[in-house]
Design a protein around this ligand. Sequence first.
Ligand SMILES: Cc1ncc(COP(=O)(O)O)c(C=O)c1O
Length: 391
Amino acid sequence: MKEFQQSDALARLPEQFFAKLVKKLYTYQQQGHDLINLGQGNPDQPTPDHIVKSLQKAAENPVNHKYSPFQGFDHLKEAVATYYKREYNVDVDPSTEVALLFGSKAGLVELSQCFLNEGDVALVPDPGYPDYWSGVALANGVMEPLPLLEENGFLPNYDMLDQETLQKAKLMFLNYPNNPTSAVANESFFKETIALAEQEDICVVHDFAYGAIGFDGDKPLSFLQVPGAKNVGVEIYTMSKTYNMAGWRIAFAVGNPSVVKALELIQDHYYVSLFGAVQDAAATALLDSQQCVEDLKETYEKRRNLLVTGLQEAGYEITPCKGSFFMWLKVPDGYTSESFADELLDKVGLFVAPGVGFGEYGEFYVRIGLNNSEEHLREAVHRFKRFKKDQ
Ligand SMILES: Cc1ncc(COP(=O)(O)O)c(C=O)c1O
């Protein structure tokens, strides 16, 4: 069969590290190994019932059988503004400061296409969520890592950036609560970010995917809560994690009107907006009782406590995470992140994500997901203990 040459843009795409891992996982599963998957970021629980019912009802409405308005329904953008006011006391103009996205992954890739010309720099967290890299590669931009080091609380240290990099930087991606390190941001860090972005003309994209998942009574800070944030960027808010709606593909960019406008422009060319019934159900999720979110947080916090206690008993060094549904575990001496992950899989059937898959500075850590039942996590602790004993 004739094989067509792919474009240069596709050739620039980074290797999908995790696709390789998932393949290995499936091979093991097919061989009948008894595995516990702590390596992936897929919420394990169903979407709350009232949201599913809202979708069912909306699917019967013929209005939703037509093309929806190009940039989405106003009522959903208004729901987003209500949500930000209620949850964060942030004023958002629904007509100019909200763009609907087909999941945040799509929006994050589009943003690089919106703002980078060839050779422009995008500052990306390292370790970080790999889809930032994909967008930068497609746009033919240049990635400069923002190392997230444990001694800085996994926050970037902007003093490490040289003047030339800062001058070329057009975009900066941040993500707190952070995937994979689980770190949370504080107000002074966001203030420092805003000052830098103002000074260097950098558009800040704060990926708030785990915004609803904070522990020990602390609510993660929205970037938009900090004065001046809207002037320098947007926050990306997905429904995937807060409401277990990962399969529904819906998220928002909220903030700076010129960024919202650029996203809506590119999307006018890629798509017509999302299925109207998904938009209706998303509005239900944002506006109705938030008890389901409280319950979800409680579930993850219980799981975190179980895992932290168990791992500490087993002799692993681990600090309780403050947000997200991940834990970031330093690998024991003598291992790399991949060799530790490989041995865990081979010897005790535990699948974890090697930190190096999230960037160079993720080396010597592995990411462990809390998106497994308590029963599975108890068994995982048991296996971690067994592994440690046999080491
Ligand atoms: C940090 C981060 N950003 C974005 C996403 C993608 O979310 P969505 O389902 O909205 O595409 C994920 C998913 O795992 C994530 O961890």
